[in-house]
Design a binder for this molecule. Structure first.
Ligand code: ATP
Ligand code: MG
Ligand code: MG
Length: 529
């Protein structure tokens, strides 16, 4: 239902933007296999999918934009395919820009022959400066023969070839700098391409390849993030100059989040320098990262589709993201109990059951379908130091899901080592101020676990132009607390989502195994983080 509602909002905007195109719609999602997908990419993927498959009976293409072997890898390509499948996005066809390298080469030859492109060996810095100032390159008027000869050198990856690039002859001084003779081909002999090996020593740029391949593949609507808006006239120029079939452009806003870096280059650096644990680190905004942190797929889809295809760039905070997830997990997450290991307070229940016993209790008070768990009762308990520290002599407290007890003796201070309580089960649980979680140490085998809580990786809401993320990197973003859990935790599996009473929701990153503690990751609920 949520998906429908979210969809209809996106649908209304799309209908306005794309009147008269009710059939034959073809969209594409063009990731570069240079990293794992993040939630920003997912917005692009879901919009294309929604547009092709839900709004129209159209076609969604997945096209790997793989023309820069220095950044791309098979590992990334495989991960992107897996992640899209996981989210439920089913492209009708998967293709690769690298399948078009011969075709693009031919188009470039045509551009040169028709006088629309030239070879340029101007060094990068000078080229940048000339483009800024609107100065023509000294190579702009080379002959077709010379340009073709250099292009062949580039194809072979010779020294001369490597010094050159090919530029489209668009404009020297157009007010839109994207139109100032953009580079369309350059050499790359550093590293073999993960699909085409060493066949090619030069590769087309995205600016050149994208309009041509979009047009050849029958794409009717190219959705791009608004940072490409300046490059739309350039895209159009290629289609017009090469007399290719037209493609409608539609720009939508990038999705940004506070205290979060979404650039693949920067995420790669965080991983390579060991600042985080890998592409699936629970602190990263990758699909794998947020999943590992406990985001569910329905909530992820709902959250992103709800954003719609608007063009307004907003720096979102994470509150709604995690609140959407909480609605999903709260009704179904089994409830368990944990006590912090450090300074756990031993409790002697003076009138407790002489022999330990267990009872079957619901794992979720409001949802019997979640099933039953075993709760152990005895006269030996532990509870959190945090809680015991607040007890007063002869105070009546509530042992949650058991009943009231009166604190009769408190031994030790800072930390308290042990206490004695007297059960007072006929007491009114509504009248006590302190309701505490507890675990019986007899009658069950407690399960050790590491409970991890995570914080943002970046300490500033929005990095400004000129800010280096490295200067605002949070080096204390992961905190581990050792806990003991009720015996039922032994049956949990990797990926299960639970609630530890009064502590919060957790995803089981590693189930307890061979005496090793379980690893639990705290799931934000939208309240603070
Ligand atoms: P980089 O981070 O290296 O600049 P990229 O984000 O452009 O890479 P691509 O693989 O080229 O990564 O992106 C695939 C698609 O996802 C593109 O259509 C791109 O516009 C879109 N996209 C990327 N980031 C976001 C974002 N934050 N919000 C929405 N769409 C995005
Ligand atoms: Mg890109
Ligand atoms: Mg980019």
């Amino acid at each position: 239902k949520a998906k429908k509602a979210a969809g209809s909002k996106a649908g209304a905007s799309y209908n306005m933007a794309l009147q008269d195109t009710d059939k034959g719609v073809v969209t594409r999602f063009p990731p570069e296999p240079s990293g794992y997908l993040h939630i920003g990419h997912l917005k692009a993927a879901l919009l294309n999918d929604y547009f092709a498959h839900e709004l129209y009976k159209g076609t969604l293409l997945l096209r790997f934009d793989d023309t820069n072997p220095s950044k791309e890898k098979q590992e990334f390509q495989d991960a992107i395919i897996e992640d899209l499948a996981l989210i439920g996005i089913k492209p009708d066809k998967t293709s690769y820009t690298s399948d078009y390298l011969e075709t693009l080469y031919q188009y470039c030859i045509r551009m040169i022959k028709e006088g629309h492109a030239y070879a340029d060996d101007t060094d990068q810095e000078t080229m940048r400066d000339e483009r800024m100032k609107g100065i023509a390159s000294k190579n702009r008027d080379k002959s077709v023969e010379e340009n073709l000869a250099i292009f062949e050198e580039m194809k072979k990856g010779t020294e001369t070839g490597k010094k050159n690039c090919i530029r489209a002859k668009m404009s020297v001084d157009n007010p839109n700098k994207a139109m100032r003779d953009p580079v369309i081909y350059r050499c790359n002999t550093d590293i073999p391409h993960h699909r085409t090996g060493t066949t090619w020593k030069m590769y087309p740029t995205y600016d050149f390849a994208c309009p041509i391949v979009d047009s050849l593949q029958g794409v009717t609507h190219a959705l791009r993030t608004t940072e490409y808006t300046d490059r739309n006239p350039q895209y159009q120029w290629f289609l017009d100059t090469l007399k290719l079939r037209q493609v409608h452009m539609w720009d939508f806003a990038r999705m940004n989040f506070i205290r979060t870096e979404l650039s693949k280059r920067k995420l790669t650096k965080m991983i390579e320098t060991g600042r985080v644990w890998g592409w699936d680190d629970p602190r990263l905004p990758t699909i794998r990262g947020v999943r590992r942190r406990g985001m569910t797929i329905p909530a992820l889809r709902e959250f992103i589709l709800k954003q719609g295809p608007s063009r307004n760039i907003v720096n979102m905070d994470w509150t709604n993201f995690w609140a959407t997830n909480k609605k999903e997990i709260d009704p179904v997450a089994p409830r368990h109990t944990a006590v912090e290991l450090k300074d756990a307070v031993k409790v002697n229940v003076i009138n407790g059951p002489a022999t330990p016993h267990t009872e079957d209790k619901p794992k979720h008070a409001k949802n019997p379908a979640v099933g039953l768990k075993k709760v152990a009762y005895s006269n030996h308990l532990i509870l959190d130091q945090e809680d015991a520290k607040l007890f007063k002599q002869d105070e009546e407290i509530t042992l949650m899901n058991w009943g009231n007890a009166i604190v009769r003796k408190i031994n030790g201070s800072n930390p308290i080592t042990d206490i004695e309580v007297e059960l007072h089960l006929e007491g009114d649980v509504k009248k006590t101020e302190k309701k505490v979680t507890w675990l019986s140490t007899d009658g069950q085998e407690l399960v050790p676990a590491e409970a991890w809580e995570f914080d943002y990786l970046i300490t500033k809401d929005k990095l400004e132009e000129g800010d280096s993320w490295e200067d605002f990197f949070n080096t204390e973003s992961a905190k581990k607390t050792d806990v003991l859990c009720d015996s039922n935790v032994a049956d949990l599996k990797d990926g299960d989502i639970i609630q530890l009473e009064r502590k919060g929701f957790f995803r089981v990153d590693k189930a307890p195994k061979d005496g090793k503690p379980a690893v639990l990751f705290g799931i934000p609920t939208g309240k603070s983080k």
